[in-house]
Write a protein that binds this ligand. Sequence first.
Ligand code: GLV
Ligand code: MN
Ligand code: MN
Length: 415
Amino acid sequence: MAYDAMTLADVVMERAEILGAISEEPQLLVRRFATPTLRQAMDTVAGWMSDAGMNVRRDNIGNLIGRYEGVLGATKTLLLGSHLDTVRDAGKYDGPLGVLVAVACVERLQQAGRRLPYAIEVAAFADEEGLRYHTAYLGSNVVAGRFDPAYLTLVDDDGITLIEALRSYGGDPSALAADARDSADLLGYCEVHIEQGPVLEALDLPVGIVSGIAGQSRFTVTWRGMAGHAGTVPMRLRRDALCAAAEFITLVEQVAREHAGLVATVGQIAVQPGASNVIPGQVTLSLDVRHLDDGLREQTIGQLHAQALSIGERRQIDVTWGVVQEHGSLLCARELVALLGRAVQAQGYPIHELPSGAGHDAVVMAELGPVAMLFVRCKDGVSHHPAESVAVADVAVAIDVLQEFLELLGRADGR
Ligand code: GLV
Ligand code: MN
Ligand code: MN
């Protein structure tokens, strides 16, 4: 039979390769929000969605949404999907896998000439990683009606504002609010994603069910000291912004290590003026803090903020603490988790629930209704790295599990 899960999984893997070659840079994979490269990836997926019998549309932030109608008279809709933007030097599966597995399931329904008691929409979100504007979930925020118009003034590293980027991508910034999805007909949102960690591999399980998603805060911390001549200013008279920032970065690591499950990362740093013979006058760094317990995350942030100010005071460095984005932790909807559990068992595998330390569009989609996620084992737990890898057999299991979930949902709910 042409549309068994293994054949579909082969197609998913081929398509992941095709998308993996659509990059802004030839030597590494990077697809930023609102770029011609992202458009190319979206157009490619739009073709696959159409082939699977879906009506395809694009909204004004650049999300692609394919719709496969349910039986005549069906009034409800289930949303599936993930994102097509990437980090820099990304792997091929973080995001695309969830879109491709969802399209594969619709393709199988279409081939069987089947309609479910509800419609399926597959969303390919335009920005989950936040690489270009440092703020995650731009795509799903629009769908959830949570897009903050203040984002339009954000500026990327090339000085292009978000509003300019949107216009040149073909979106109408004034229509973003109107792109919010009505939640009245929604049964929920289900996202398939690679695990991005080593747990499933250690347990020898192809898939796992996400119990919840860690809360996440992102900040920009700016350190302003005094630039000067590297040869003439004595050490005791310096106000070196980079030395202050370095002290803080080490502290971030130390504090995060004190609490189980707490992770804190400084992933970006810009030094000005940035010359080997000039004392650094200004440093801007990113800070990302995550934990499943919102209270502990907030307490840690308070502690880090206070310590940044105290480092600055001692070193005569002016510190500015800017909030980029904050999201509380999320518990997945138990009714959908239970259906996913039955779907996993129906494929002969035990249920394993695990939390997600990574952020996902599901966090934002929870504003609209119940959400659930299925994780697929990845090799060595590696992600946000070109070595990211999944096994085709595990993708086949994910397709079968999602298909079974769709059937169970059809029986449990529907019109
Ligand atoms: C997205 O991958 C994130 O968790 O930052
Ligand atoms: Mn990611
Ligand atoms: Mn992702």
